[in-house]
Design a binder for this molecule. Structure first.
Ligand code: PLP
Length: 393
């Protein structure tokens, strides 16, 4: 067997590996608290589940249009209008099995040998993996802890070359919980006006999760780049629907048919019942979303306070998403060692910052998608362990 060279370029998401190790330890009887995996710990709201069940009972068992049933795309367009005040054409929306698929399609459209694609670092690991899989060169955009894990617009603009095809942005962000201030986005967009051939993919999958009264800033607010903007969002995080596999991409007019063609060539369509569940999610009451976000808000505040009370650890307050990304350099331990030893010796599963890129060295990612009780117990175990093992004592 001779595989294509690109298979060697494919990375992965360490969160799934840590989950497997945590489960294996739990199966041996060890008490494990998993703050590793990035998915809401809430069930999908009942009315959404019911809509999916009803669609199956009503006989929706076949293929649908590759880009999604028209009712779903109309519901997405209405939701975009409700949340962002933007008017979009439902024909420019392509519904796919999860946010990751929009990401993969964008890399396949723009990536090839000789091209450069920029991505946030520390950032969602699939960006770099898929960029390299496409054959393109992955160029990291460094995020700065001192600026709440925002990028610097000037640094991004300075990295643009004649080979830059696509810039990936993600706010609110995984793994840092960082939210890029509007002023920095203004500055970036102003600079991008001088680079009309560079496309932008804005991953806004955590757009419903901002805290401290902050409003989400969508790239849809910037008309000057709308003809080269791809927006990625979906249901996984907002409606606790990670296992249903449903996301949407909003594409420029000329790219939407190409995204539809990639769908035909890969998965044909999202499963029909899930699409009906997606409509119910967007059109139904949003109180379950608000309750979940309020719970994440309380938990992140508690977690960050407890992290900041540990020797050698400091943690900036995440302004969005549901992660905390503490700086652990004061402990004298590197990220991978800390991840492994914490899991093995205390049963607390977290993810090494280096899983999210080389600028993640010196950090750990904790998910706040767990009960306050779990968070307090995990933080207590970690503090006790650091008091014994960290170089900060
Ligand atoms: N984008 C970011 C920043 C994420 O953190 C994730 C999931 O963790 C995704 C996209 C993918 O979401 P989905 O499960 O809908 O594919």
């Amino acid at each position: 067997m001779k595989l294509s060279g690109r298979m060697a370029q494919l990375g992965t998401e360490t969160a799934f590996e840590v989950l497997a190790r945590a489960n294996a330890l739990a199966a041996q009887g060890k008490s494990v608290i998993n703050l590793g995996i990035g998915q809401p710990d809430f069930p999908t709201p009942g009315h959404i589940v019911e809509a999916g069940r009803q669609a199956l009972a009503d006989g929706y068992h076949g293929y649908t249009p590759a880009n999604g049933i028209p009712e779903l795309r109309a519901a997405v367009a209405a939701d975009i209008h409700r949340r962002h005040g933007a008017d979009v054409d439902p024909d420019h929306i392509v519904c796919v099995p999860g946010g990751k698929v929009t990401m993969a399609f964008a890399m396949l459209m723009f990536g090839e040998a000789g091209a450069e694609i920029m991505y946030p670092d520390p950032g969602f690991p699939i960006y770099r993996s898929m960029i390299e899989f496409s054959g393109a060169t992955a160029v990291p955009i460094r995020l700065h802890e001192a600026n709440g894990f925002s990028f610097s617009a000037d640094e991004v603009l300075a990295q643009i070359t004649g080979r830059t095809r696509l810039i990936i942005l993600n706010s609110p962000a995984n793994p840092t919980g960082g939210v890029v201030p509007r002023s920095e986005i203004d500055r970036l967009v102003e600079g991008l006006e001088r680079h009309p051939d560079v496309a932008i993919m804005s991953d806004e999958i955590y757009s419903c999760m901002t805290y401290d009264g902050l409003d989400h800033v969508t790239l849809l607010d910037y008309p000057s780049i709308r003809d080269r903007l791809i927006v990625l969002d979906g249901w996984s995080k907002t409606y606790a629907m990670t296992g249903w596999r449903l996301g949407w991409g909003l594409w420029p007019a000329n790219l939407a048919p190409l995204a539809g063609k990639l769908a035909v060539n890969t998965h044909s369509c999202v499963n029909a019942a899930t699409q009906f569940a997606g409509i119910a999610a967007l059109q139904g009451l949003q109180d379950a979303v608000q309750e979940m976000v309020a719970a994440f808000d309380t938990r992140r505040t508690r977690m960050v306070a407890l992290l900041n009370d540990m020797p050698g650890v400091s943690c900036v307050m995440p302004k969005g998403a549901f992660y905390a990304f503490p700086n652990i350099t004061g402990t004298g331990l590197d990220s991978a060692t800390m991840q492994d030893r914490l899991l093995q010796e205390t049963g607390v599963a977290a993810i090494a910052g280096t899983s999210f890129g080389r600028f993640g060295e010196g950090y750990l990612r904790f998910s706040c998608a767990s009960s306050i009780g779990n968070i307090e117990e995990a933080m207590a175990r970690m503090k006790a362990w650091l008091l014994e093992n960290s170089g900060a004592n």
